[in-house]
Design a protein around this ligand. Structure first.
Ligand code: NAD
Ligand code: MG
Length: 408
């Protein structure tokens, strides 16, 4: 059975739910803490984690009286301990401390670390059979070969928190898996939706960070501009819901009101709509299997929005999206390589080492080199996925100078 529950039965409420938020200081973490803040009688915070933002995590730890707090940056451990001295809140530092936070006994875990660094902590929550709201798409893309199987074996429940996947999760409840013909995930098209290819090639960091609809962390905002984010989401949808690449379509929808749709055998299409506010899918995960109302987003006013428009995606101007389908079809670690090369490319773009247009070129060249060298093999463990991730990062980094030097 799929760890993503496909029917939505209302259940008796536990009086208090214990929750852990991995990546509590980020954009998703912020929205999650907002929802928890709105109903303090319903939630007890077990653990909170951050990368290196001690000030931010200490503030949250005190406000929510967390039992355990971890920072991934080991060098910040003393500062964290000193800041929480006398509060009774336990602390930890280093990658293993973030994993320890995930392993502690919370009923519900928000996995919102950014990047493949979130894999081990997410697996620690999965392995103890927790209910995991999964925002961290890179970890699923990196470990797609085995992540969902492992969740099924451990009896974990995976609740898709990414807005498109949460929409599919909600729409899927209208039929059975064997009645599904395809899913459609929408994309805003990002800030460069109407730009010419040569302008996209030269886009600056400030231009890439100007998302038209969503306010998000830096990495995902750049991924939205390159449509690599949609590529990661195609892969994410495939793994989450066991869909073939041909069963997943992308539709550009600049208003970001419809987040995802499911088409069934009778040609009914069931869509989920909402304002572009991550509090809605997060609230769905936090309340699941029931609905909550405290801390929610503003109601959707379609009369005010006036019109919803749609376009086919343009693979020529956004080649990263097509590469995601290639990686998915190739399998055997190719999606891990796609993600790793993209993380290196985005970091290089932020550092001013490559042009925007070179992000997809670096990913494509890394994937081609990887396949050419005969490296493809199915992944079956976190160590496998992390080893491929590290090797692919090294390969991408070694190809960077050549890609940086080349004109488009
Ligand atoms: P963000 O950069 O705002 O926050 C990331 C969080 O992870 C922070 O708390 C940071 O301290 C922590 N972190 C970063 N690197 C870490 C490391 N190496 N080890 C441990 N912790 C680390 O990112 P975000 O926008 O909140 O996105 C988080 C995840 O959710 C990403 O995978 C993203 O793709 C996904 N997501 C985000 C949105 C959104 O609207 N922001 C929507 C859908 C999915
Ligand atoms: Mg999304």
């Amino acid at each position: 059975m799929s760890p993503v529950p496909l029917r939505n039965e209302k259940a008796a409420e536990a009086p208090v739910r214990s929750v852990t938020v991995l990546g509590a200081t980020g954009s998703i973490g912020d929205s999650t803490m907002d929802l928890i803040r709105a109903a303090p009688e319903r939630y007890k915070v077990e653990a909170l984690t951050a990368n290196g933002n001690v000030e931010g995590i200490v503030k949250l730890a005190k406000e929510f009286n967390a039992r355990f707090v971890a920072v991934a940056d080991e060098s910040k451990g003393d500062e964290l301990r000193a800041a929480l001295a006398g509060t009774g809140i336990e602390t930890g530092a280093g990658e293993s401390a973030v994993t320890e936070a995930a392993a502690r006994p919370a009923d519900w875990v928000m996995a919102a670390v950014s990047g493949a660094a979130g894999l081990k902590p997410a697996l620690a929550a999965v392995d103890r059979g927790a209910t995991v709201a999964l925002a961290n798409k890179e970890c699923l893309v990196c470990a797609g070969d085995f992540f969902m199987d492992r969740a099924a074996k451990a009896g974990a429940t995976i609740l898709p928190a990414d807005s498109e996947h949460n929409a599919l999760f909600q729409a899927l409840a209208s039929g059975s898996r064997d009645e599904l013909t395809r899913v459609i995930i929408t994309a805003s098209g990002g800030p460069f939706r109407t730009w010419k290819a040569e302008d996209i090639e030269q886009a600056t960091l400030a231009q890439a960070l100007k998302h038209p609809n969503w306010s998000m962390g830096q990495k995902i905002t750049i991924d939205s501009a390159s449509m690599m984010n949609k590529g990661l989401e195609v892969i994410e949808a495939s793994y989450l819901f066991a869909l073939a690449p041909d069963e997943i379509d992308v539709l550009v929808h600049p208003q970001s009101i419809i987040h995802g749709m499911v088409e069934f055998t009778d040609m009914s299409v069931v869509a989920q709509l909402g304002s572009p506010d991550m509090r809605t899918p997060i609230a769905h995960c936090l309340g699941w299997p029931n609905r909550i109302s405290k801390g929610r987003a503003a109601p959707l006013d379609l009369a005010k929005i006036g019109s919803l428009t749609f376009e086919a995606p343009d693979y020529a101007r956004f080649p990263g999206l097509k590469l995601a389908y290639d990686a998915l079809r190739t399998g055997s670690g190719a999606t891990t390589v796609y993600n790793a090369a993209n993380e290196i490319a985005v970091a290089a773009f932020i550092a001013g080492k490559i042009r925007f247009g070179a992000i997809a070129r670096l990913v494509e060249t890394t994937m081609n080199e990887w396949v050419r060298a005969g490296n493809l093999a199915p992944l079956s463990s976190a160590d496998d996925a992390i080893s491929v991730d590290h090797k692919a990062r090294k390969l991408a980094a070694s190809l960077l100078p050549e890609i940086a030097a080349k004109a488009s």
